[in-house]
Design a protein around this ligand. Structure first.
Ligand SMILES: Cc1cc2nc3c(=O)[nH]c(=O)nc-3n(C[C@H](O)[C@H](O)[C@H](O)COP(=O)(O)OP(=O)(O)OC[C@H]3O[C@@H](n4cnc5c(N)ncnc54)[C@H](O)[C@@H]3O)c2cc1C
Length: 372
């Protein structure tokens, strides 16, 4: 019986344990995606737990040791405990290469949709590229790691996610000739009244920009590049060269939660389970932590499937990620209140040890990850 999977790290870990793995990806790789490209200590702990401790370094990732926050013309510099910047093209390709080397079969440009149960397995419909006929395969376990607003499950399914009202939209772009104003090794984070913009220099020297904007700002500013300009100016950051002609990509509403994290012969992981607005590069760490933890559940499901296994996966995800998302959620709510942001910034500028402790706590390696 085949395993049908989405999710690079999970595919790698399942394949190296000798399971039959099919990794299905809708797009062709390597591909750029909206993301800040920043990996924290938790992300590294998850990669290490799954057996890929040097993946970032071997791909030429840039060490990050500083977070520079800008708000209303003031700057607050905080130390970062061991972060890395690596483009998603490079990182995601390296992960799927590792999965293939471990024995997984890869299918790109193929959309997967979960279908009905069949004896001892779950049917999955695969839509190959170029109008080739649709295939139906049976999988022992389907891992749904298909991002924020995927269509692997029908929208009416309890495990599909819904967004929180008023949630910001994500956006990102890449600038190659930006003028070099933003130095390498630093996460530059501009906080404006209706959004924020993170800027990081990647391993190829390009400037990666990733942002979250209120819908109202996107409407009134006349485009995403203009919205970024508004936030950067409010924060007191310089405008990168070519910003006005940069090409931005938007994401669906960011803050969302799936109703369920598992169902009969399928488990959800990563953004598919839910997401809160990014702050200092947590999303990939959550997705990788789940990817590094799921293989034992897949192994167990080689026998009978049980609702107890679904419940245990749900609990594992809550321990690994959901409880950590609460702090990010509190921070992003706080940064949306002008008075609270002003107070937080004044306190932070006077007593940097306080925000430094928050950053350390966000970057602290989960004891669950450290022990796996
Ligand atoms: C503005 C912004 C900035 C961010 N910055 C950071 C950061 O600096 N650091 C950090 O750690 N995180 C950051 N994140 C979060 C991070 O990008 C995500 O949390 C992470 O990519 C989640 O990984 P995933 O594997 O769950 O989903 P994804 O990375 O979205 O991967 C899902 C994959 O599934 C594929 N897919 C979707 N549907 C199907 C289908 N039906 N069939 C086959 N394939 C399918 C997609 O094409 C995609 O390649 C940021 C997010 C945003 C929006």
């Amino acid at each position: 019986m085949g395993q049908e999977l989405l999710g690079g790290l999970a595919a790698f870990d399942c394949a190296r344990r000798g399971l039959r793995v099919l990794l299905v990806e809708k797009r062709s790789f390597p591909r750029w995606k909206v993301c800040g490209c920043c990996f924290n200590a938790n992300a590294i702990a998850a990669l290490t737990a799954a057996g890929l401790p040097n993946l970032l370094r071997y791909q030429g990732a840039v060490p990050l040791d500083q977070l520079r926050l800008g708000w209303s013309g003031k700057t607050l510099n905080l130390g970062l405990p061991g972060g890395w910047a690596l483009s998603r093209e490079t990182f995601d390709q390296a992960l799927v290469n590792a999965a293939e080397a471990a024995g997984a079969t890869l299918r790109f440009q193929t959309g997967a949709v979960l279908e009905e149960m069949s004896k001892g397995g779950r049917m999955v419909r695969l839509r190959p590229p170029g109008g080739a006929p649709v295939e139906r395969i049976k999988a022992g376990v389907v891992l749904v790691a298909a991002g924020l607003q995927h269509q692997v499950l029908s929208p009416s399914h309890a495990a599909s996610s819904s967004s929180k009202p008023g949630s910001r939209l994500g956006a990102g772009c890449l600038i190659h000739e930006d003028g070099g104003l933003y130095e390498s090794g630093v996460i530059h984070m501009a906080i404006g009244r209706s959004g924020y913009v993170g800027l990081v220099r990647r391993e190829d020297g390009a400037l990666n920009m990733a942002a979250a904007f209120d819908r109202a700002l996107l409407k009134t500013s006349g485009g995403v590049a203009r919205a970024a300009e508004v936030v950067l100016t409010q924060a007191g950051f310089a405008l990168p060269r070519l910003l006005e002609s940069s090409r931005w990509q938007l994401t669906p509403a960011l803050t969302r939660r799936a109703g369920l994290f598992a169902g009969h012969r399928f488990l959800l992981l990563g953004d598919a389970t839910g997401y809160v607005e990014p702050f200092t590069g947590e999303g990939m760490a959550w997705a990788l932590a789940a990817g590094a933890a799921v293989a034992p559940f897949v192994e167990e499901a080689q026998g009978e499937w049980s609702t107890d296994l679904e419940r245990r996966w749900q609990r594992r995800l809550v321990d690994l990620t959901i409880s950590r998302q609460r702090l990010c959620s509190v921070l992003s709510t706080l940064l949306r209140q002008p008075l609270a942001t002003k107070a937080a910034f004044s306190i932070g500028c006077q007593w940097p040890a306080i925000p430094q402790r928050v950053i350390s706590s966000l970057n602290q390696v989960s004891p669950l990850m450290a022990s796996s």
